[in-house]
Design a protein around this ligand. Structure first.
Ligand SMILES: CC(C)(COP(=O)(O)OP(=O)(O)OC[C@H]1O[C@@H](n2cnc3c(N)ncnc32)[C@H](O)[C@@H]1OP(=O)(O)O)[C@@H](O)C(=O)NCCC(=O)NCCS
Length: 211
């Protein structure tokens, strides 16, 4: 095994079937770092598609390729904000991004935000899987204690994806946003490490009972 591969394995990084270095690997997805080479016209399209960005704050600022590149560069090596490319294991295709952070190391908590930019990949469970993977990374690798996310009241897909990954609705801020000219609520979702571990143990026990 080459030294780099060995070092990656020791650090907990593993390689996907195609030799891509994955930081976290799931059933159909793997997460790796976002690279400047990922800043392609396709990524540009994601960030300028009104349907994709309708519930993202980025919609208020025109997103040029160089602006997106500057954002990606700013997250490179940012220990307080691990920023991952969401990739399909079958094709290696980069379909979106997910971020943990900013991390508050004193309280061991952080926010999760994500985007599945490829609209052809919506509704296939990819967001739920990506959230599960990054949640595992947050609790097991970073030793965090609490993760939270927020979304617009109308963004049912986002709220459901977090719920499927084990998060619960912990609050509702009425009229926090303006969306399409109307007031919109903010749904707050969260999960504690202890509850996540209980769920993980329960899933393991259920799997063993059925095997
Ligand atoms: C919102 C988003 C993350 C959902 O991703 P996804 O991969 O389609 O989500 P999943 O396939 O994992 O679906 C999770 C659940 O939500 C449901 N869902 C997905 N999109 C939905 C929608 N538009 N309306 C209602 N439910 C929806 C799914 O049916 C599934 O529930 P089910 O298993 O009970 O049927 C994706 O559409 C996206 O990135 N949108 C643009 C950016 C964005 O809004 N990001 C979130 C910011 S908080």
């Amino acid at each position: 095994m080459e030294t780099v591969q060995l070092a990656n394995r020791l650090a907990g990084y593993i390689e996907s079937e195609s030799g891509e270095t994955a930081i976290v690997t799931g059933t159909r997805l793997f997460l790796r770092e976002v690279r400047i080479e990922d800043v392609t016209p396709r990524y540009y399209q994601w960030m300028n598609d009104p349907e994709v960005t309708q519930y993202l704050e980025t919609r208020f600022v025109p997103q040029s390729l160089s602006q997106i590149g500057a954002f990606v560069k700013s997250k490179d090596g940012a220990v307080n904000e691990p920023f991952f490319a969401i990739c399909r294991r079958d094709t290696n295709e980069h379909i979106g991004n997910i971020k943990i952070g900013p991390i508050n190391w004193l309280h061991r908590n952080a926010d999760i935000s994500l985007l599945i930019g490829e609209k052809s990949c919506w509704g296939k469970g990819y967001a739920s899987e990506a959230i599960s993977l990054v949640t595992r990374f947050g609790f097991e690798t970073l030793g965090l204690n609490k993760l939270r996310a927020s979304c617009y009241g109308e963004n049912e897909g986002s709220a459901r994806a977090f719920e499927k990954a084990g998060y619960t609705r912990e609050g509702l801020l009425k009229g926090w946003f303006f969306s399409k000219g109307n007031e919109s609520d903010m749904i707050l979702l969260g999960i504690r490490a202890e509850d996540w571990r209980k769920q993980a143990n329960l899933n393991d026990t259920t799997k063993k009972a059925h095997s």
